[in-house]
Design a protein around this ligand. Structure first.
Ligand code: CTP
Length: 406
């Protein structure tokens, strides 16, 4: 640490117990060479001493919006303009709601409304508050606007509950802040990501699909956009919000996904295929609902399925300079199966995940992946949030696959 370029960071502290960890964050940011100014909500001062923050940051700490003394040294708009990054940590459910609705009723929320700097929030709250539909909606809206999130993590909460809601550790917030400040490393690159499961109709009301939620692919697209890429996301049916700055094309079937991918391919120098494409589709799609009364009482129904094209294999074949990354959903012998899949599909990297685990893979927020490289090298990552997995993936694509390529 201490090697990064000096940047101006406002740490906005709101009233949660995790505020006691903020001195460590402020010290870490200072050690990394940055200038830090702290702004507190009136409640935050119950959980962390302004004097400690002032001493560690070496800058005046502000908590009042309209205190003549404080405004005299740095006006709240000056503070908003001074910031190159605002880190809200801990961010309570209340501040997320006020941010979402543009309410500016104290120094922190006024600063957040006025600043043009990127904003990183580290939510911390009771698990039920975090899971409440109001908070879910607020978080989704903020993400869509480009607000970055770090955490929350799952674990024991100060309120006595277990679950998601713990503030990310100061080291993780520091790392996320550095990432926000980094030059957009994928600027000028076209990136194509596929996500979610495809849906293959049987008749006008029934279909075949799988349990993919699209979360992993959406996280990959979001991270590429944060790094400045021009991102197109081809998504199977999903209720997830479109990540900020991402162009989204919704598709249903594997054939539609293939068409969209082939159409968008010329603009992409990197393709990440995180979608769970259905391998088969019914040979015949009945226009009207299949009725039981058309069958004998004890007669079963046999569906004839035909193979869908393998999009990944097809685009890997003639990829030229284009980087192509695949995912592999496996339930057993994960690494061996992924190695065979990589050889068969011929892509540059395969991200294998064990979808039989309850805590990772389909429809949860975490994933435990293994990077399988063509040379036989295997890198196993611990259980991480899907956003962190996306970060690790892009770090590798940039370093190992794009290094030197225009
Ligand atoms: N894939 C694809 N087109 C298909 C099937 C899969 O592009 N018709 C891509 C997926 O997007 C993913 C990779 O291939 O990047 C592996 O998908 P997965 O479902 O794990 O493997 P399959 O090829 O379907 O093989 P199997 O179901 O036998 O494990």
């Amino acid at each position: 640490m201490g090697t990064s370029e000096q940047r101006r960071i406002v740490v906005a502290v709101t009233g949660g117990i995790a505020a006691y960890k903020i001195p460590e964050l402020v010290r870490g940011l200072g050690r990394a060479g940055h200038r830090v100014r702290c702004a507190l909500t009136p409640e935050a001062a119950h959980f962390v001493s302004p004097l400690v923050l002032q001493t560690l940051s070496g800058e005046p700490v502000r908590s009042q919006l309209l205190d003549p003394g404080e405004e005299g040294s740095i006006g709240h708009i000056d503070l908003a303009d001074w910031a190159e990054l605002v880190v809200v940590a801990p961010a309570t459910a209340n501040v997320l709601a006020r941010m979402c609705h543009g309410i500016a009723d104290d120094l922190v929320t006024t600063l957040l409304l006025a600043t043009r700097a990127p904003v990183l929030v580290a939510p911390a709250m009771n698990v039920n508050m975090w899971n409440h539909p109001a908070t879910r909606d607020n978080v989704a809206a903020l993400r869509e606007r480009g607000v970055r999130m770090v955490g929350p993590e799952t674990g024991e909460l100060a309120c006595g509950w277990e679950g998601e809601g713990r503030m990310a550790e100061p080291a993780a917030i520091l790392e996320a802040a550095e990432r926000c400040l980094r030059a957009p490393s994928l600027r000028g690159r076209g990136v194509l990501v596929t996500a979610g499961g495809t849906v293959e109709p049987i008749d006008s009301v029934r279909s075949l699909t799988n349990r993919s939620s699209g979360k992993m692919g959406f996280a990959v697209a979001a991270e590429a956009a944060l790094r400045g890429a021009s991102v197109t996301l081809v998504a199977g049916p999903s209720h997830l919000p479109t990540p900020a700055g991402v162009r989204r094309i919704d598709v249903e079937t594997a054939l539609e996904m293939r068409d969209a991918v082939l159409r968008e391919l010329p603009d992409a120098s990197v393709v990440v295929k995180a979608a769970a494409v259905a391998d088969f589709r019914p040979r015949v799609v009945h226009e009207r609902k299949l009725k039981k009364e058309d069958l004998a009482p004890d007669q079963g129904l046999t569906l004839e399925l035909v193979r869908n094209p393998d999009i990944l294999e097809e685009i890997s074949r003639d990829r030229g300079d284009r980087v192509v990354v695949g995912f592999a959903a496996e339930t057993h012998d994960v690494v061996e199966a992924a190695r065979r899949k990589l050889a068969r599909k011929g892509c540059d990297l395969l991200v294998a995940n064990d979808v039989s685990r309850g805590d990772a893979g389909f429809d949860v927020d975490e994933n435990a992946v293994t990077f399988v490289w063509p040379g036989g090298e295997v890198e196993e990552l611990p259980l991480l949030s899907k956003a962190q997995v996306a970060g690790q993936l892009w770090d590798r694509i940039e370093k190992r696959l794009l290094g030197g390529r225009e």
